[in-house]
Ligand binder design. Structure first.
Ligand SMILES: [Zn+2]
Length: 471
């Protein structure tokens, strides 16, 4: 009986306004800019920053590497052959490029396999729906699950319906995510319908289902969970509103297999004076399985990677060590993030700062900075170097990224690259997250922003940790 109750999800109603896709027209104009006077860090490192920015704009290595990762290595769901290929390929490439201490640090990851699926509407007439299983969902038993649909827009509405109204039915959580919807209608506001209720979220208008992680509560019987494209969810909603009965038939071949040995990929640019002090930069190497993880988070991996390689190419060996970490399993378990913090527990104090890029490939806007307020002025000074490309805004608070959040909780000053996400959630976790969505110019600017911030943090005389300790 319980198994005939299935949650399905709507992804995204379209947003009204479209802006120009890429380019300089996005850069904010008319912001009153301060000069570099009185900003010692920005002044001191202006020449190095100029070299990094210039080199980033004429180098295509980050973009080329991202293309190979997406096209030749492919999708990288934790525990999949693609994730294994990625761990091997990245290490080989990092060694070729001259990184030091290239290694795979083992972590066990969950292994969920999608299998085949078929989602059909059988009444009022027969038609296939654009839908996919959510990550972590159980499969359906032998033969399809069939039931009529009840739609709700929140957990509260579901509770108000009561058990009788939903027993034996398929529940559609139908609430649109809005483009740049912020705290009311953005990803953060809507994503709990996927992770806890199960529902997919996005902003596209291309009838794409968005997968993503979904968690079962331990004390609640498990039911299959799928995401339906926004267009299909809206159609169902319109029919229900007119009093038409809608019946769905769902078959899912998903399975959760035993945990599987995988790894974070780690590589270093060793510091010249304080090699034991670490500035960590990274993204997550795993992706969802429907696309090839170009935006989430192949781009972030390559932003972090190329940020370091540029410094190597330019001979800008900083005082401290820069450690690149390509985390495994951010999407459905965060085992890589937890594993790293555990493996490196003894040197957590030596982590001066950790920075993550995991917001796609849109142009850079600045950084989030989660650290003691005594360290913020230094970060703001460094960010002044990014004023000319509109990436100087520092937002205070937060861990900066899921993978580094375990380090943040252990007191490591953390940052996250902030990027324009206007179009990110059109493709996020869909089959359309592919390399062609990446703009070379925006990627170069993000690489430069990451590289300049990382370089100065690794080079400046009084470290962020010392500034905090001295305050
Ligand atoms: Zn991500």
């Amino acid at each position: 009986m319980l198994r005939t109750f299935c949650a399905i999800f709507l992804l995204a109603a379209p947003a009204a306004s479209q802006q120009a896709a890429t380019g300089l027209e996005h850069l904010p104009l008319g912001t009153p800019h301060t000069t570099l006077d009185g900003l010692p860090l920005a002044e001191k490192y202006a020449d190095s920053a100029a070299r990094i920015l210039g080199r980033s704009l004429i180098s295509h290595q980050g973009l080329e590497r991202l293309s190979i990762l997406c096209d030749e290595v492919g999708a990288r769901l934790s525990g999949s052959p693609g994730a294994d290929r990625a761990v091997e390929w990245c290490q080989e490439r990092l060694r070729d490029e001259g990184f030091a201490n290239v290694r795979a640090e083992p972590v066990m990851v969950p292994r969920w396999v999608r299998g085949s699926h078929r989602v059909r509407m059988t009444a009022p007439y027969a038609a296939d729906l654009a839908a996919c299983a959510l990550g972590g969902s159980i499969g359906t038993p032998e033969g399809p699950i069939t039931g009529s649909v009840v739609a709700v827009s929140s957990f509260r509405e579901l509770r108000e319906l009561g058990q009788e109204q939903v027993q034996g039915k398929i529940v559609l959580f139908n609430r649109a995510m809005k483009r740049n919807g912020g705290s009311m209608n953005g990803y953060g506001a809507v994503v709990s319908l996927r992770t806890q209720g199960a529902r997919s979220v996005g902003t596209d208008q291309a009838r794409l289902p968005h997968t993503g992680a979904m968690n079962y509560q331990d004390d609640v019987p498990r039911i299959p969970a799928i995401a339906v494209a926004g267009e299909d969810a809206d159609q169902i909603q319109r029919m229900l509103d007119r009093g038409t009965e809608v019946v769905l038939s769902i078959e899912l071949g998903c399975q959760t297999l035993d945990d599987y040995p995988s790894a974070n990929v780690v590589a270093e640019f060793i510091g010249r004076e304080s090699p034991d002090e670490i500035i960590l930069v990274g993204g997550h190497l795993d992706s969802w399985d429907l696309g090839t993880g170009a935006l989430d988070d192949g781009a972030g991996c390559m932003i972090a990677w190329e940020a370091v390689r540029l410094l190597m190419e330019l001979g800008l060996q900083p005082r401290r060590t820069i450690r690149l970490v390509l985390f495994m399993n951010e999407e459905n378990g965060l085992r890589g993030g937890f594993g790293y913090a555990e493996t490196h527990a003894a040197e957590v104090e030596k982590h001066i700062c950790a920075i993550e890029a995991d917001s796609g490939a849109g142009r850079p806007l600045g950084f989030r900075a989660g650290m003691d307020k005594a360290a913020i002025p230094a970060v703001e000074e460094i960010a002044q170097l990014l004023q000319g490309i509109g990436a100087d805004a520092i937002q205070v608070g937060g861990s900066g990224g899921a993978d580094i959040s375990p380090l943040y909780r252990k007191g490591v000053p953390c940052m996250g690259l902030r990027q324009d996400v206007t179009y990110y959630f059109d493709y996020h976790h869909t089959a359309a997250d592919t390399f062609d969505k990446v703009g070379p110019f925006e990627l170069s600017l993000s690489i430069a922003s990451m590289s300049i911030m990382t370089y100065v943090l690794a080079e400046m005389e009084t470290s962020l940790r010392d500034r905090i300790a001295d305050s």
